[in-house]
Design a protein around this ligand. Structure first.
Ligand SMILES: [Zn+2]
Length: 318
């Protein structure tokens, strides 16, 4: 900590770069202008409520579609693919609609959300899938034994999807619109949805359309999981931007979330390969639990960050 009381050098807000004057608003060793200091810790109770509801709605959506799928008359393959692709984009559409209707996003250009989403989508297609399936050819050798498949899932699959989400968030990270912790969570979640949407597309296409019940469950589970891991990583990235963190903070938290991502992907794969057709329910339950768990962790972390800030008693007056 430098002592800022004696003839301070000109300091600038770490978000918008405008000069600031004593008394300073600081977090860690970062300095903020008044509006940005107020913004960075703004609580969003409505956001959390709506988000938790959203997770439950996705679970219920999957259950309802799967439950009614047996009532559908037999349809052709192309109809099945069409329906599958529609299912593949539904979770993403629900989340994007949710982010777009949250009034906290009103002042910022929503094109940034679209940018992060599209970057994650394209990277998954052109880099991620190539890495996992063409270069490492994970599915060809990873299933020899449990340890190999677990390690491959963590070190290759999890680290790849998470790296894509990281890079996608970096596209907006330095912008002045990225001015509160919640932005990290929102952009991270959107990046996770970009990855999930592309994976779901390929899942539907490579299976030539899928039976509706396991299909909707796979799609919703993948979306919930990737969105959760993306949201967690986005939070850690925001922490690194808004409070001073040691250099290992981002790599370590990235590795942690990537390992969780790989582990979860492995777990879902194990369940579906062992249990055939009845087991998707179990993976859906786990997907919902992971999402609610990640949500709980984020609420806790956000609450703690705000508390730390309030204890500093910084004179922002808001
Ligand atoms: Zn500022």
């Amino acid at each position: 900590m430098t002592d800022q009381s004696a003839s301070p050098p000109e300091l600038r807000c770490c978000v918008c770069d405008t000069p600031v004057f004593p008394p300073y608003n600081t977090l860690g060793q970062r300095v903020y202008c008044d509006p940005h200091f107020a913004a960075v810790n703004k609580p969003h109770p409505g956001f959390w409520r709506a988000g938790a509801l959203q997770i439950l709605v996705m679970g219920i959506f999957a259950i309802v579609v799967a439950g009614f799928s047996s009532l559908l008359p037999d349809v052709g393959d192309s109809t099945l693919i069409g329906l599958g692709l529609l299912l593949a984009i539904t979770p993403t559409a629900l989340w994007l609609w949710y982010f777009y209707t949250q009034d906290r996003l009103e002042p910022e250009p929503k094109t940034r959300i679209a940018l992060v989403f599209v970057v994650a989508l394209l990277l998954t297609d052109f880099l991620g899938r190539r890495l996992v399936y063409d270069w490492f050819r994970v599915p060809e050798w990873a299933s020899v034994d449990t340890m190999t498949s677990l390690l491959a899932s963590i070190l290759i699959v999890g680290f790849t999807w998470q790296a894509i989400q990281y890079v996608a968030v970096r596209f907006v990270y330095a912008s002045t619109e990225f001015d509160e912790r919640m932005d990290g969570i929102v952009y991270g979640t959107v990046a996770g949805l970009g990855v999930a949407t592309l994976l779901n597309f390929y899942y539907i296409l490579s299976n030539g359309g899928v039976a509706l019940a396991p299909g909707v469950i796979h799609v919703v589970t993948t979306s919930l999981a990737q969105a959760s891991f993306g949201g967690l990583m986005g939070y850690f990235m925001a922490e690194a931007k808004f409070t001073h963190k040691p250099v290992w903070y981002v790599p370590l938290t990235y590795g942690l979330v990537a390992a969780l991502n790989g582990f979860f992907t492995w777990l879902i794969g194990e369940i579906s390969s062992a249990g055939l057709s009845v087991e998707p329910w179990r993976s859906l339950a786990m997907g919902v639990l992971v999402a609610l768990g990640a949500f709980g962790v984020l609420i806790y972390l956000m609450g703690r960050s705000t508390e730390v800030t309030l204890r500093r008693g910084a004179p922002s007056g808001r």
